[in-house]
Write a protein of this length. Structure first.
Lengths: 322, 251
């Protein structure tokens, strides 16, 4: 997996930096805990997502991502703590909170009695918008569903049903959009068109929160991420900072002779005749090279190993502090 | 309000799209009861002065069908949404507990009334008089369907599997509706069973509905109305409380 340059920060903290004090966070999670029997699904989670952010929620299966999302949506009730959407508490001000939130649930669900258009019209009506056909048509068009508008939901393929679920989440034009693994089991074409559309929404000012198993997606799209493990928040940072922190630059060197003794301490491992050294930062490389020059050892090959989100993720899940 | 109207419309569309099963089928069932019982029992004389058994049977069958179908409407819609998972699309929008309950309840009442009207229509030829007290008749039709519609909401929320709902239907709703004086006047029962029938709210629905047609019944219509209205308020409050607290809906 490669870091794709500037894409990381393109959809960025435009709104999150210098946010006026009067503008509420898109999502504010304060000390939220939830227990299901013996399982502590969420353990005192606190963080904010500011308006306009493109935010990723990562973690292995069972980390608590979906519980956190369903708590935001009011489908799960926290044992303690509170969640606010655009400044509205999801329990006491649930009407305002739910109007501000569009959720694409993880499970593929649909009403088998309805057509695609009926599905969207009813969903719009539940949000108090009875005449919404212009926006519904636009959604159908954007999501490649225009020719399926009058098809029964049962007749659609899995990918098409997923698109309808995305349209349902957007039908009331919520300022905050949560996508819980929206691309699981979806073909490449839809993934790309879906992300293009979500980027457009983000550029138009919508806040996006997504969970995904494809770390590449999070790395490409999101400006900030939170990582959960066993119901706890184990990392919360800007994507590039997290990548930089965890970098501890690794360098692969192929040398004309054995590695000098004074560099042994830096060596992580040896792979196919290359020494993998771990540096605090790239500035340390100059020092390494000068030692090698001093010993008359020629560098035959030098590679700086890029850190990607996947390696950060794996390290963090294994309990390594980055 | 708009959310409530939309959910009500969806609930009405849901049963209307399959009206052959949800309206026509129970009407046909009631017609068959009417044909068979009228044939077998017609020689048994009058139940009330001037009311033949054939005519006596009709309002009971209509009310029983209303009750069963009002229950079936809300309960089956909820359990289907829960099992397929699409109930999430009703839990995400800003619907209040009252809007949610109101939509399911009214759709149940509409289905109950549609079935009731159908049963009366196809059985009227067996000697049903025009209602002596149309307002009582309508009151019991609305309230009776409402009681079972509210109970259906409770059962649909409580049940996690189809067989739990089927058990509710077969072991509670069926005995309550069959042993309620649909086919007989409870005054002809032995004292124990007569007293037991007085504990069954469906008995009061049927008795009051019958009073609407014949102007005579086993108990006074005001008493019947009080029992049915109290049942309605009790079950509605319980259903609303469950929805408000997210019982088995929000975790």
């Amino acid at each position: 997996m490669q870091l794709t340059g500037g894409a990381v920060s393109r959809y960025n903290c435009r709104f999150s930096l210098n946010t006026p004090a009067t503008m509420p966070s898109a999502i504010s999670i304060q000390a939220v805990s939830k227990r299901f029997g013996q399982l502590q699904a969420l353990d005192a989670i606190s963080f904010n997502v500011e308006q306009g952010e493109f935010f990723a929620l990562l973690g292995p299966n069972g980390a608590g991502k979906t519980t956190l999302i369903t708590t935001m949506a009011g489908l799960t009730r926290a044992d303690s703590g509170s969640v606010r959407i655009m400044g509205n508490d999801v329990v006491t001000q649930f009407r305002e909170a739910r109007r501000s939130l569009g959720v694409v649930p993880q499970e593929l669900v649909f009403d088998p009695f309805l057509t695609v258009r009926e599905t969207l019209r009813f969903q719009s009506g539940y949000f108090g918008l009875p005449r919404n056909d212009v926006w519904i048509d636009e959604l159908l068009h954007k999501l490649g569903l225009a020719d399926k508008a009058d098809a029964n939901m049962r007749a659609l393929s899995g990918g098409m049903k997923r698109r309808v679920m995305v349209a349902q989440a957007l039908v009331h034009r919520p300022p905050v959009i949560v996508l819980d693994e929206p691309t699981a089991g979806v073909d490449v074409e839809l993934r790309q068109s879906l992300w293009e559309f979500v980027r457009e929404l983000n550029a138009a000012g919508h806040t996006i929160i997504l969970t995904t198993h494809y770390l590449e997606e999070a790395e490409t799209l999101c400006s900030r991420i939170a990582m959960l493990k066993n119901g706890r928040l184990i990392a919360l940072d800007n994507m590039d900072k997290l990548l930089a922190h965890s970098a501890r630059r690794e360098v692969a060197l192929k040398l004309s002779a054995a590695l000098p003794a004074e560099l042994e301490a830096l060596r992580l491992r040896q792979e196919e005749g290359r020494h993998i050294l771990q540096l605090q930062d790239l500035g340390q490389l100059e020092n390494v090279l000068s030692i090698l020059r001093h010993r008359n050892i020629t560098v035959r090959e030098l590679n700086v190993i890029e850190t990607d989100l996947e390696s950060v993720f794996v390290k963090m899940m294994n309990g390594v502090t980055v | 309000m708009q959310g409530f109207l939309t959910l009500l419309k969806k609930e009405l569309v849901r049963f209307w799209k399959v009206s052959f099963q949800t309206v026509a089928a129970p009407v046909l069932t009631a017609l068959m009861y009417q044909l068979i019982f009228a044939h077998v029992m017609n020689s048994h004389g009058q139940v009330y002065p001037g009311v033949s058994y054939t005519a006596f049977l009709i309002p009971g069958l209509a009310m029983m069908s209303m009750a069963q179908n009002a229950f079936a409407n809300s309960s089956s819609s909820l359990i289907q949404s829960k099992i397929t998972g699409n109930i999430v699309f009703l839990l995400l929008p800003p619907l209040t507990a009252t809007e949610f309950f109101g939509a399911y309840l009214i759709a149940s009442i509409v289905r109950g009334l549609a079935v009731g009207a159908g049963v009366l229509l196809v059985t009227a030829g067996f000697g049903l008089p025009l209602p002596a007290h149309p307002l009582w008749m309508l009151t019991f039709a609305f309230l009776g369907s409402g009681v079972l519609g509210a109970l259906g909401v409770i059962a649909g929320i409580w049940a996690e599997k189809f067989d739990q709902l089927a058990a509710f239907q077969n072991f509670l709703i069926m005995p309550l509706t069959f042993l309620s004086g649909v086919f007989y006047s409870i005054n002809g029962l032995p004292p124990f069973w007569r007293e037991a029938s007085h504990l069954n709210p469906v008995f009061y629905m049927i008795d009051g509905f019958r009073y609407g047609f014949f102007g005579q019944a086993d108990v006074h219509p005001a008493l019947a109305c009080a029992v049915v209205a109290a049942s309605f308020l009790l079950l509605s409050s319980l259903a609303l409380w469950l929805i408000k607290n997210g019982y088995k809906l929000r975790h």
